[in-house]
Design a protein around this ligand. Structure first.
Ligand code: IMP
Ligand code: MG
Length: 177
């Protein structure tokens, strides 16, 4: 980005926290007495995952998978590949994928297909945010935090070119010259 980035807060940390609490309550109800594998999609989900699991009061396992789709720009390349595969057993497990944002849907649709082939007992998706206006492939989000407009967002794990993941609020990244 040659111009100066300009950040405008879209979702404040308090609203994010409320959304995470609501998701944790729903997930707790559905997975009570089970022993799910929560599979975070790196890197974007790391903060969300950390906040979410601390609100879950039942036994669970955590693992991460690293996929690539974006490269360094703001647009999805449409090509997805697994950069770092999961180490945990998936077969016959209750698997809950944790995503930061579903945009075109290409990344998570690829991951869900990949996991489905490993025959989990159940496979569900939890996404903090959804940008439905950009969808290229249908994706069912079982647990959703909030819907966001078609803007490029940063903060709370979301990056632009690896920057801004550490910001506690979610902001719109606007370019000003
Ligand atoms: P999709 O394949 O287009 O659905 O993109 C999914 C991935 O792209 C997400 O897991 C994010 O890591 C990244 N992504 C999508 N939209 C944004 C955004 O607005 N800001 C930062 N990263 C995004
Ligand atoms: Mg991601």
């Amino acid at each position: 980005m040659s111009s100066q980035p300009n950040l405008r807060v879209l979702v404040r940390r308090q609203e994010i926290a409320a959304a995470v609490e609501k998701l944790a309550a729903e997930i707790s109800q559905d997975y009570q007495g089970k022993y799910p594998l929560l599979l975070g999609v790196l890197k974007g989900s790391f903060i969300f995952m950390a906040d979410l699991v601390r609100l879950l009061d039942f036994p669970l396992e955590v693992d991460f998978v690293r996929l690539s789709s974006y490269g360094q720009g703001k647009e999805s390349s449409g090509k997805v590949k697994v950069l770092q595969g999961l180490r945990s057993r998936v077969r016959s497990r209750e698997v809950l994928v944790i995503e930061d944002i579903v945009d075109t849907g290409l990344t998570v649709a690829f991951l869900l297909d990949y996991l489905r082939q490993k025959k989990p007992a159940s496979l569900k998706l939890c996404a903090l945010s959804d940008k439905p206006s950009r969808r290229q492939i249908p994706v069912t989000i079982d647990y959703l935090g909030f819907t966001v407009p078609d803007k490029f967002l940063v903060g709370y794990g979301l990056d632009w070119d690896e920057k801004f993941r550490n910001l506690p609020d979610i902001s719109v990244l606007e370019e000003v010259s």
